[in-house]
Write a protein that binds this ligand. Structure first.
Ligand SMILES: *[C@@H]1O[C@H](CO)[C@@H](O)[C@H](O)[C@H]1NC(C)=O
Ligand SMILES: *[C@@H]1O[C@H](CO)[C@@H](O)[C@H](O)[C@H]1NC(C)=O
Ligand SMILES: *[C@@H]1O[C@H](CO)[C@@H](O)[C@H](O)[C@H]1NC(C)=O
Ligand SMILES: *[C@@H]1O[C@H](CO)[C@@H](O)[C@H](O)[C@H]1NC(C)=O
Ligand SMILES: *[C@@H]1O[C@H](CO)[C@@H](O)[C@H](O)[C@H]1NC(C)=O
Ligand SMILES: *[C@@H]1O[C@H](CO)[C@@H](O)[C@H](O)[C@H]1NC(C)=O
Length: 526
């Protein structure tokens, strides 16, 4: 038998054999002019419309879900914003006799264990239960355009108007900011939603305007202050179904079109129905995150030039509801964090991570699952509501942004392909920094875990911080699907509330910080 003492000697020898690389990082003491304003609700959610009531609850709120939102609200001062829509948005109809909603689901498969409903019939209460959400929640709600049935959209708009002008909703502090007409309408020409017609941006704008004119009256949008979300497209050609093509189609010429005050783009990093370690490392990699986001920089410029806001209204790692062993594991949390913070740097104001019950890439599983999210096999014991690793990205981001309402962030220039970093300023003064080491350390990695020493220096005028607290997102392996801790606390509890004491280290601010492969640190300067 090998003694534990011997093993620890071997382990120490191995660890010291790995030379921690020194990475210089200069942090500005005051916000550079290029720093981006970061919304408190940068971290937002898109929810698949079919199972909306599974998320929010019916007669009573879904406490697990609401707790998971309040954790984020405590950190950034506002709850995540919601977009309720996606594929099932274009399969929704209204029937006043339906209590909440009635779904028809197609059969499931190994690649899609939890498919979207093929039919989603909703009644008034379906919209009213949004009042269960935390106070301050702002919503984008999608109505059906794909079916080309204006009555369906009209009835939904009427019901939305009723729900959001009710005293229950007003007292709850939940508001409808936008109505979105149709999901990924750029695909209607190919997916069977529009046949026998040349489906282009001119035809889209013509049909959209007819719907929007009707909906704006039905929902009394002018007097309630509700706007239209523009776009909701999924391609990235920058000219047709894109901000550039949409504006030049004359969509803003009508009274209804003038209600478009924001543009929504959808994006996934790719489409993979089976995962691998290589795929997980690609997802996490600094360069691929930047190339995925920066393709939209010119669209952001074109949108902001019109005075409109720009959001990633539906996004996540890989389509197929996520790649198994990639989207549902800890490495994806590093991706989500870097992806949303980097998006802020190109002028994206909110990133709506798409969620569905049983989806591999969901941050939150709000309902009991009876089938495996990975392959659809029957689970021997049902899986209670739980948080997935990517939820920790939301915790880190909201905590880094904070409650100030004046937070700006700048990406730190770091000459290392695996280390990304951002500095956060309140009122122009340096407050915090996030550092991400995106080198994947797997359960199967046979070499010792690497780490890097971040040698911090401070630049510009202002008084240098004396101390900083270091809070770590601790991950055992990039491919772990549970067991993460944030500052020593786990959020993987039966009620989504944290368990355990917060643990941070206070160190000399000029001491620098060591960051392991597959780790995130949040530095708060004093
Ligand atoms: C909107 O469409 C519905 C259903 O076709 C119709 O009943 C209603 O009169 C229309 N409203 C307006 C303002 O066009
Ligand atoms: C359009 O929606 C209305 C309202 O639910 C429904 O009565 C009607 O049957 C639908 N039309 C078609 C063609 O599906
Ligand atoms: C997006 O990221 C994936 C890796 O997740 C990469 O394969 C793909 O090439 C990237 N796309 C762009 C446009 O950079
Ligand atoms: C931010 O700066 C303004 C003007 O200098 C000051 O009035 C305000 O109190 C500051 N707020 C914080 C949170 O420091
Ligand atoms: C950290 O960077 C400073 C310059 O900013 C340099 O003088 C110092 O030697 C570096 N420390 C280490 C341990 O490399
Ligand atoms: C922090 O470290 C620097 C450089 O080693 C040293 O000059 C300074 O006195 C230290 N500050 C504190 C509060 O220990």
């Amino acid at each position: 038998m090998i003694s534990p003492a011997f093993l620890s000697v071997v382990l120490l020898a191995c660890l010291s054999a790995v030379q921690a690389q020194n990475v210089p990082v200069s942090v500005p003491l005051t916000a550079p002019s290029a720093a981006a304003t970061v919304k408190q609700s940068l971290m937002s959610f898109s929810i698949e419309q079919d199972r909306w009531t599974d998320w929010v609850g019916t007669t009573t709120p879904n406490t697990f879900f609401i707790n998971s939102l309040n954790n984020l609200k405590q950190r950034s001062g506002v709850p995540p914003a919601f977009r309720i829509g996606a594929d099932s948005e274009d399969r929704t109809n209204f029937n006043a006799k339906v209590d909440y909603c009635e779904n028809v689901f197609p059969g499931f498969s190994t690649t899609t264990p939890y498919p979207e409903a093929s039919n989603n019939i909703v009644g008034d209460k379906y919209y009213q239960v949004a009042s269960h959400l935390p106070s301050g929640t702002r919503i984008i709600w999608g109505v059906n355009f794909g079916s080309n049935n204006i009555t369906a959209a009209y009835l939904a708009a009427k019901s939305l108007q009723k729900a959001f002008s009710s005293s229950t909703m007003k007292n709850a502090g939940v508001s409808l900011d936008f109505i979105e007409i149709g999901n990924e309408a750029d695909f209607y020409g190919g997916n069977g939603d529009r046949t026998g017609i040349a489906w282009n941006i001119a035809e889209y704008t013509k049909e959209w305007t007819t719907f929007a004119t009707n909906i704006s009256a039905a929902a009394n949008m002018n007097s309630l202050g509700i706007k239209f979300m523009g776009g909701g497209f999924a391609n990235s050609d920058h000219k047709t179904f894109a901000p550039q093509g949409l504006f030049s189609s004359g969509i803003q010429n009508s009274a209804a079109g003038k209600l478009i005050t924001s543009f929504s783009q959808h994006h996934y990093s790719g489409s993979f129905c089976s995962g691998s370690g290589g795929l997980l490392q690609d997802l996490m990699t600094k360069a691929t995150i930047r190339s995925n986001v920066s393709i939209f920089a010119s669209d952001v410029v074109a949108t902001r030039a019109k005075g409109l806001d720009y959001i990633l209204g539906e996004t996540n790692s890989y389509s197929c509801h996520g790649a198994p062993g990639v989207s549902n594991v800890a490495g994806a949390a590093l991706w989500a964090l870097d992806y949303m913070l980097y998006s802020s740097q190109i002028g994206v104001s909110q990133v709506y991570f798409h969620q569905g019950v049983g989806y591999k890439y969901s941050f939150i599983q709000p309902a009991t699952l009876t089938r495996s999210i990975l392959d659809g096999s029957t689970l021997s014991t049902p899986l209670a509501p739980h948080l997935q690793p990517t939820y920790y990205a939301a915790l880190v981001a909201t905590e880094a942004i904070g409650t100030s309402g004046s937070t700006k962030a700048v990406e730190l220039s770091i000459n290392d392909p695996r280390i990304a970093g951002y500095a956060f300023f309140e009122n122009g003064t340096l407050k915090r920094a996030v550092l991400i080491n995106s080198e994947a350390f797997f359960t199967t990695t046979t070499t010792p875990r690497t780490s890097k020493v971040i040698n911090l220096s401070f630049s510009g005028s202002g008084s240098k911080p004396k101390t900083m607290t270091v809070k770590r997102l601790a991950i055992k392996h990039a491919d772990d699907d549970h067991g993460l801790t944030w500052g020593g606390q786990t959020f993987e509890t039966n009620n989504a509330l944290p368990s355990g004491a917060v643990s941070v280290q206070t160190v000399n601010a000029s001491a620098g910080v060591t960051i392991s492969a597959t780790e995130v640190v949040l530095l708060s300067f004093q």
